[in-house]
Design a protein around this ligand. Structure first.
Ligand SMILES: *Cc1c(COP(=O)(O)O)cnc(C)c1O
Length: 427
C-alpha cells in the first residue's frame, strides 16, 4: 500500500474492517455525530453495565435486605467476587484483589498500612508529574505521622516536563526511603513506567513499592504477581467504564496477607466473624482486609456487566488494538499537523506508550472548545495539554481520521479564536 492510501479515509475504514473488536462498539451508547475521545477520564456507558445496574436495582426492589446474601451477585460478597473477576486484569490471584473505595481512599488505606517509618528510613518517594490527589494523600499521610511533607516527600523530577526517567527514580531509592508510590501510566503524557524494573530496584533497596493503575487498568495488561509489586490501587470509571464515581479497586500481594489494615472498619473483617459484632477486629486473611465500610453497591453494579466484556474481549487484544489506534493517531498528527505549533508529549515507543496521546499547544483550551463545537470530545489538561484517548472497545480508526481532519481545519480557519483560552470548571 502506498503512502497516500495510508492517510485516507478508505485506509481508516479498511483498518476498521480488519478490527476483531469492532463489534464491541455496538455494546456502548455512542452518540450519532459525536466522536468521544475522553474514555480515559470517564468511560462510556455500555448496555451490559446498564443491565447490571437494573439487576441490582431489581434485587433491592424485590429482596431488600435479603439481597445481601440472596441474589445473583450477593452484595455481601460483591467486593470479593468483583475482585476475583478483576484479578486477571492485573495479573493477580483472586484473593489479592478487592473492589472497594476509590483511588484516593485506597491509596490512603495502603499507605496507612505499609508506610512504617523506622529510624532513618522515614521518607516517601513519588514523582513530580503524578496526579494531585495522590500527592495530597501522601502529604497528609506524612503529616499524620508527624513529618513535614517539605522534607519527607521526595518527588523525582522530570527532565523534559513530560516523562520521568526510570534511572532518576532508581537513583532516588536511598536508605531514607520507606515506601514508593508511582503511577503505572502518567496521566498527562501517557508514559508507562517499567513496573517490573522499578519493583526489582525498590526491593533491592529494602523499600515497599505500590502503583496507581488509574490509566492502565483495562487498557494494558499487568503482571503484578510476577513482578512482585507490593500493592496497587485504581479507579474503575476510566478505561473500565463503570460509571462516574464507581467503586475503585486495590491489590495487595499475598506475601502481605495478615498485615493489619492501617484504616480499619467492620468490612475489614473476616466475613464469617463480621456479624459477631465484637469490638476486637479479626481481619480477613486476604486483600478483603483493606476494605473499610459497607460497599457502595449501586456504584459497583456497572462493573458486573462491564467486566464481562473485558473477559470476552481479552486484555491482550485490547492492548494490541489500542497500540494500533495510538500509532495511527500519532502518524496522522505528524503527517497532517506539522507546523501548527503542536508538540507531542507521549513517548513514541510501544513499551512506554499508554492508551492515550498527549499533545501540547499554547492555545490548547480554546482548541478543545472548537473541537467540542465540531463534535469531537477531547480532554483538556491545564495549562496547555490536549489528551486524545481512542478507546479499543468503542473507538474506530475512522474516528481518528475524521478528528485529525477536523483539527487541521480548525487550525487553518483559526476557528479556535472564537473561544476564550481558559478552562471550564471541570476540564
Ligand atoms: C483519575 C485519577 C485519580 C482520581 O482519584 P479518585 O479518588 O478516583 O477521585 C487519582 N489518581 C490518578 C493517577 C488518576 O488518574
Amino acid at each position: 500500500m502506498n503512502d497516500t492510501n495510508i492517510y485516507s479515509l478508505e485506509y481508516a475504514k479498511t483498518l476498521d474492517k480488519q478490527d476483531e473488536l469492532h463489534a464491541y462498539r455496538d455494546e456502548f451508547y455512542t452518540k450519532e455525530g459525536v466522536i468521544y475521545f475522553d474514555g480515559n477520564s470517564l468511560g462510556l456507558l455500555s448496555k451490559r453495565a446498564e443491565k447490571s445496574v437494573k439487576m441490582v436495582m431489581n434485587a433491592w426492589k424485590d429482596n431488600a435486605i435479603e439481597a445481601w446474601t440472596q441474589t445473583d451477585n450477593p452484595w455481601y460478597y460483591l467486593s470479593e467476587s468483583l475482585g476475583e473477576k478483576m484479578a486477571p486484569l492485573v495479573g493477580a490471584n483472586a484473593k489479592e484483589v478487592v473492589v472497594t473505595g476509590s483511588t484516593t481512599v485506597n491509596l490512603h488505606q495502603l499507605v496507612a498500612t505499609f508506610y512504617k517509618p523506622q529510624e532513618s528510613r522515614t521518607k516517601i518517594l513519588a514523582d513530580e508529574l503524578n496526579f494531585p490527589s495522590d500527592i495530597y494523600a501522601l502529604k497528609s499521610q506524612l503529616q499524620l505521622k508527624g513529618y513535614s511533607a517539605n522534607d519527607h516527600l521526595i518527588q523525582v523530577k522530570s527532565r523534559d516536563g513530560h516523562t520521568i526517567n526510570e534511572e532518576d527514580i532508581i537513583a532516588a531509592m536511598t536508605d531514607e526511603i520507606a515506601i514508593i508510590v508511582l503511577p503505572s501510566v502518567l496521566y498527562r503524557s501517557g508514559q508507562i513506567l517499567d513496573m517490573e524494573r522499578l519493583t526489582d530496584a525498590a526491593h533491592k533497596h529494602g523499600i515497599i513499592i505500590g502503583f496507581d493503575l488509574c490509566h492502565s487498568i483495562g487498557a494494558i495488561p499487568h503482571k503484578l504477581d510476577e513482578w512482585g509489586v507490593d500493592f496497587a490501587f485504581w479507579c474503575n470509571y476510566k478505561h473500565l467504564n463503570a460509571g462516574p464515581g464507581s467503586l475503585g479497586g486495590l491489590y495487595v500481594n499475598e506475601k502481605h496477607f495478615g498485615e493489619n489494615p492501617g484504616l480499619a472498619g467492620w468490612f475489614s473483617s473476616d466475613k464469617e466473624k463480621q456479624f459477631d459484632m465484637k469490638h476486637e477486629l479479626i481481619p480477613a486473611t486476604d486483600a478483603g482486609a483493606f476494605q473499610i465500610g459497607t460497599p457502595h453497591v449501586l456504584s459497583a453494579a456497572p462493573l458486573i456487566g462491564s467486566l464481562e466484556m473485558f473477559r470476552e474481549a481479552g486484555i491482550e487484544r485490547i492492548r494490541t488494538k489500542s497500540l494500533k489506534l495510538t500509532d495511527y493517531l500519532l502518524n496522522l498528527i505528524s503527517k497532517e499537523l506539522q507546523g501548527y505549533g503542536f508538540v507531542v508529549g507521549t513517548p513514541l515507543s510501544e513499551e512506554q506508550r499508554g492508551a492515550h496521546v498527549f499533545i501540547e499547544h499554547e492555545e490548547a483550551a480554546r482548541i478543545c472548545k472548537a473541537l467540542k463545537a465540531d463534535g469531537v470530545i477531547p480532554d483538556f489538561r491545564a495549562p496547555n495539554g490536549i489528551r486524545l484517548a481512542p478507546v479499543a472497545l468503542y473507538n474506530s480508526f475512522e474516528e481518528i481520521f475524521i478528528t485529525i481532519t477536523k483539527l487541521k481545519k480548525i487550525m487553518d480557519d483559526k476557528r479556535y479564536k472564537n473561544y476564550s483560552n481558559n478552562r471550564g470548571v471541570v476540564a
